[in-house]
Design a protein around this ligand. Structure first.
Ligand SMILES: Nc1ncnc2c1ncn2[C@@H]1O[C@H](COP(=O)(O)OP(=O)(O)OP(=O)(O)O)[C@@H](O)[C@H]1O
Ligand SMILES: [Mg+2]
Length: 252
């Protein structure tokens, strides 16, 4: 039997009069990479904010790692405890913090006496930066987040997902505005997640990126899921064609 990293059932979300998400049903298996595609304003970011515990939802049900979520008590902290790590579209990192403090924010390593174990945290942060292969001259564990390049910030957020052994990593347009080398790092990270049987939900407008790493493509249009495709069933060109048709049909 496949382990389910996430199951969304009949999710609805309103922003005042705007019905931003309509009856969303989506499930992601462990080790599966799902690309969430769709035009601007389709509801992709709203959906992942809801999974990450940032936004509430009005009706429906969420199951994470086979655990049913209590809608009232669900927040970012709970989501993280359940192994969900999210890299947001716009900076989610505290600008004025140092790299190592940011990494352990809300999840400190403690000594036996309950104090924050700075030595351990700094050591682990150092190891992580090496693993992430940060080459920028300004990037070390004491750098202020505001000093980092866009790619380094993205890398750091992804690094947090690695460090805390996330079961489901959500990436909202992670490769937008990155150099080719940095894009390659992000895509490689997604492939590593998959190899480790962790799940990934990836939002992107870049079809080459999506096709390379995703097993399944879920298409949203104006708050609903309008189509789903498996990579195994089609080459990139047929997928691109199908997407245009799916979104066109939704808009008709
Ligand atoms: N806090 C909010 N208050 C009111 N409306 C919102 C809010 N957040 C999002 N919306 C609306 O919900 C819809 C979906 O927005 P969302 O950001 O989820 O789109 P998206 O698919 O991520 O688009 P993009 O590809 O441009 O990032 C949009 O019409 C947007 O204006
Ligand atoms: Mg978005």
């Amino acid at each position: 039997m496949c382990s389910k990293a996430l199951v969304l059932t009949d999710i609805n979300k309103w922003f005042g009069p705007i019905h931003a998400l309509r009856n969303i049903n989506l499930s992601i298996n462990g080790g599966e990479v799902v690309a969430l595609l769709g035009d601007n304003g389709a509801g992709k970011s709203t959906l992942i904010k809801l999974i990450a515990g940032i936004e509430s939802f009005d009706s429906g049900h969420i199951t994470i790692q086979n655990k049913s979520i209590d809608k009232q008590g669900y927040n970012v902290k709970t989501a993280r405890k359940l192994g969900i790590e999210t890299v947001y579209q716009s900076g989610s990192l505290g600008e004025q913090q140092s790299v190592w403090r940011n990494l352990f924010l809300g999840r400190h390593i403690r000594t036996r006496l309950g104090f924050i174990d700075q030595k351990q945290e700094r050591q682990q942060a150092q190891q992580l930066l090496q693993k992430l292969d940060f080459r920028g001259i300004g990037a070390n564990i004491d750098s202020c987040i505001s000093q980092l390049s866009g790619g380094e910030r993205q890398g750091l957020a992804i690094g947090r997902a690695m460090l805390f052994n996330a079961k489901l990593v959500i990436l909202d347009e992670p490769t937008t505005a990155l150099s080719l080398g940095e894009v390659e790092k992000v895509l490689h990270f997604i492939e590593t997640l998959k190899a480790q049987h962790r799940a990934c939900l990836l939002i992107t407008h870049n079809m080459n990126d999506a096709y390379r790493v995703a097993d399944r493509f879920v298409v949203m249009d104006r708050g609903t899921i309008v189509a789903e495709y498996n990579k195994a069933d089609m080459d990139q060109q047929s997928l691109q064609h199908a997407l245009l048709t799916a979104v066109g049909r939704g808009a008709a």
